[in-house]
Ligand binder design. Structure first.
Ligand SMILES: NC(=O)c1ccc[n+]([C@@H]2O[C@H](COP(=O)([O-])OP(=O)(O)OC[C@H]3O[C@@H](n4cnc5c(N)ncnc54)[C@H](OP(=O)(O)O)[C@@H]3O)[C@@H](O)[C@H]2O)c1
Length: 256
């Protein structure tokens, strides 16, 4: 797997501390194509699973502090990658927010809309990743195939929205898709070999989906390891003409 990347490639996973991001770091670290895997998180050392991966990796897996909601943190992390002297053949932005402890739950109806909550969700899911793209695209190679993938969600599809609800999360993922598409058009002009994509991992058993799993049939709830493998297969299959696509874990395109 990951035959599309030459041996000695370098990958970076933004949001690699837990859930799907951690599973991606694990898979990439196990792949012979990647000699360096950089896992970013707000507090990477707070993740004992990531720390264990780093400890077992003989220097192949590295941690980097990055809070996608703070531009100075994005700039500092990009500077750190530059100092490492590596080119990023694969960059995956995984960070995403659906709910959290201080009262952030996806909206069921218009009366639930709250400006501050919507801003936080947009910051983590769309605006931060856009600024992240700005600073990390120039760290990708100019002379060989490279992929920048943003983990999105099928519920960000406007064409596929049949159930309603989850206003901020849906809209922020739709915004993420549009930001990726726009950057893919510019990248085609300026960095011809970099393929951009937005990916849906399928419903995956992580902290993000946990409060909403009761209606999900068992065979439709993926383990993080399974979802990570499927996403890496999709990434492996992408060619330059696919740049700008919104694709699911099974390789199918999702309507905008
Ligand atoms: N699970 C699903 O069923 C499902 C379905 C569709 C799409 N997705 C998408 O898949 C992605 C991964 O989700 P998951 O299920 O693995 O969720 P998760 O277990 O809750 O992990 C969320 C990740 O986002 C990072 N994050 C959150 N706030 C951040 C911030 N301000 N700055 C930087 N990183 C931040 C976290 O890193 P730190 O807290 O360590 O910084 C963590 O790595 C998300 O984009 C989500 O929308 C998930």
């Amino acid at each position: 797997m990951l035959n599309s990347f030459a041996a000695g490639s370098c990958a970076l996973v933004q949001g690699g501390s837990r859930g799907l991001g951690l599973a991606l770091v694990e898979s990439l670290a196990a792949s012979e194509s990647f000699s360096t895997v950089i896992a970013c998180s707000r507090q990477p050392r707070a993740s004992s699973e990531l720390q264990a991966l780093v400890d077992d990796s003989q220097g192949r897996v590295r941690m980097l502090e990055l809070d996608v909601t703070r531009p100075e943190s994005i700039v500092a992390a990009a500077g750190e990658v530059r100092r490492m002297g590596v080119r990023l053949d694969l960059v995956i932005n995984v960070a995403g927010l659906l709910h959290d402890e201080p009262g952030l739950m996806p909206e069921k109806r218009l009366e639930d809309l709250d400006l501050e909550v919507m801003q936080r969700v947009f910051l983590v899911n769309a605006l931060g990743p856009a600024v992240f793209m700005r600073h990390f695209l120039p760290l990708m190679p100019a002379d060989r195939r490279a992929v920048l993938a943003l983990v999105s969600a099928r519920v960000g599809s406007i064409g596929d929205n049949r159930l309603g609800g989850w206003y901020a999360y849906r809209a922020s993922k739709a915004a993420l898709n549009q930001l990726m598409k726009t950057a893919s058009i510019e990248a085609r002009r300026r960095f011809g070999n970099i393929i951009l994509t937005a990916l849906h991992p399928g419903t995956t058993d992580t902290a993000l989906s946990r409060p909403f799993q009761s209606n999900v049939p068992e065979d439709k709830l993926f383990t993080p390891a399974f979802a990570a493998e499927r996403l890496l297969e999709v990434i492996d299959s992408l060619s330059e003409s696919d740049s700008g696509c919104f694709r699911a874990w099974d390789g199918q395109d999702i309507p905008w």
